[in-house]
Design a protein. Sequence first.
Length: 191
Amino acid sequence: MTADHSRRGFAFESFIAKLIERLGYKIEELAHPNRGYDIIASSMSTRLLVEVKFSKGSYVPAGMIRNAVERLSNIACKAEVSTTAILVVSGHISRISPILSDIEHYNVHVLDIGNILYLVNDFPDLYDELISMLKFTTMGIIPYKPTILSDISELKPNNDVFVFSSRTYIYITRTYSPHLGYSIINGCTES
């Protein structure tokens, strides 16, 4: 791992901690890579155990996802209190990727760049910070609502307009699937 990749990885972990706080959670612990997680956060009704993975490119290797999910699942099962395990990755995971069906039984939720873009939509400063740390463009990635955590989902308005820049908007019609989350049925852009 290069020094630049390591620096970006730590910056991405810090960014995810800020995002979690903005979504109404209190950060209890940070940066425990030897324990298999990076962040523990809580709200009144939910405790999150979060592992953050920063990938070199726009796609995340399946092996990285599988290993992290297995580790998180084991840690969450041993937790003394009810815990929701979340793997956050900086890259894109195809909604039809076989890895998603392979890891379903682990009860670990995976958020990729599309979910993160959805969650930062209302926070322009976090959006700018995210874009500045990535080594790839997000222009072709449609933000979509995470299928996990009703607490997080309730904090986000269920609108269908996302701002990609100050002049470009995309209007979409979404459908919900329990396995795929929200997917695009119809979309158009307007400048």
